[in-house]
Write a protein that binds this ligand. Structure first.
Ligand SMILES: [Fe+2]
Length: 230
C-alpha cells in the first residue's frame, strides 16, 4: 500500500555562524534597543519584547547587522530555488526587520506577517531550554471530521488515538543558536508557550518578492518604479 502525501509546506532551516565579536556587538545593540524602548507599555507580562513595536523596525540598515543580512539573503535565494522561483526574474526587498527578546515565560503568540511574502527568524542567542518555533496548519486536508484534529476532547476520549505526521495541525521546529528558519510570511507561527527563556534573542524580517518585469504577468507584484503614488 502506498501513502501519497501531497502539497507540503516547506520551511528551510540552516546555520549562520558569526564571529563571537560580531555576535556580541549585535546582542549588545539589541539590549540597548530594549533599554530605549519607545512604547514599553505595549509589552504585556507574557509577551516577548519585539523591536518592531518599540521603534526599531529597520535593523537591516544598521551596519553592525550587515554581514548577517548578507548571509541571510543568500539563504533566501536558496529557499526560492527549492520552490522554483527564478532568481533572474524577481527582486527581493527587505521591508522591515527587528529583534525579539524573550525572558522567562514570555512568548510570541500565534501570528502571521500580512504585508510581506517571505519571513525568517534567525536565532542570535538561544539556550537548549529556550522555546522553539511552532508552525500551524490552516488547510486541515486530512481532517475528515471537521475540527477533530484540533479537539482536546477527541484526543481525550480516544476518537483520535494519537497525533502523528498525517493529522497534526501544529508542529514544533527545534531550533539551536545560529539557526535560521525561512518560511512563507502567511504561515501562522508562534513560540512555544510555558518555556523558561533565558534571554532568547531572535532577529526577523519581512521580504517582498517583486517582478523585474510585469509584462504579460498577471500575478505578482510589479516593479516598484512603475508604481504611482496617488
Ligand atoms: Fe513572526
Amino acid at each position: 500500500m502506498d501513502l501519497i502525501n501531497l502539497f507540503p509546506l516547506t520551511i528551510i532551516k540552516d546555520k549562520i555562524l558569526i564571529r563571537d565579536e560580531e555576535k556580541i556587538n549585535m546582542i549588545n545593540e539589541i539590549r540597548d534597543m530594549k533599554k530605549n524602548s519607545k512604547n514599553i507599555n505595549y509589552q504585556t507580562k507574557t509577551n516577548a519584547w519585539t523591536g518592531d513595536t518599540q521603534g526599531y523596525e529597520f535593523i537591516h540598515k544598521n551596519k553592525n547587522f550587515k554581514k548577517l543580512f548578507d548571509e541571510i539573503a543568500k539563504r533566501v535565494w536558496v529557499y526560492l530555488n527549492y520552490i522554483e522561483i527564478d532568481k533572474e526574474l524577481i527582486d527581493l526587498y527587505i521591508q522591515r526587520s527587528w529583534a525579539t527578546i524573550s525572558e522567562g515565560n514570555e512568548r510570541i503568540k500565534k501570528h502571521r506577517h500580512f504585508q510581506s511574502h517571505i519571513s525568517f527568524a534567525y536565532y542570535l542567542k538561544k539556550n537548549k531550554e529556550d522555546s522553539n518555533f511552532v508552525v500551524f496548519d490552516e488547510s486541515y486536508k486530512n481532517e475528515v471530521m471537521p475540527g477533530i484534529f484540533r479537539s482536546d476532547t477527541a484526543l481525550k476520549k480516544g476518537i483520535v488515538k494519537k497525533m502523528n505526521q498525517f493529522n497534526v495541525t501544529q508542529a514544533v521546529v527545534n531550533i539551536q543558536e545560529n539557526d535560521i528558519v525561512i518560511f512563507p510570511s502567511k504561515t501562522i507561527h508562534s513560540t512555544q508557550p510555558s518555556f523558561n527563556n533565558n534571554e532568547r534573542i531572535s532577529i526577523s524580517a519581512d521580504i517582498a518578492c517583486v517582478a523585474k518585469d510585469s509584462k504579460l504577468l498577471e500575478m505578482g507584484m510589479p516593479p516598484l518604479n512603475e508604481w504611482t503614488k496617488i
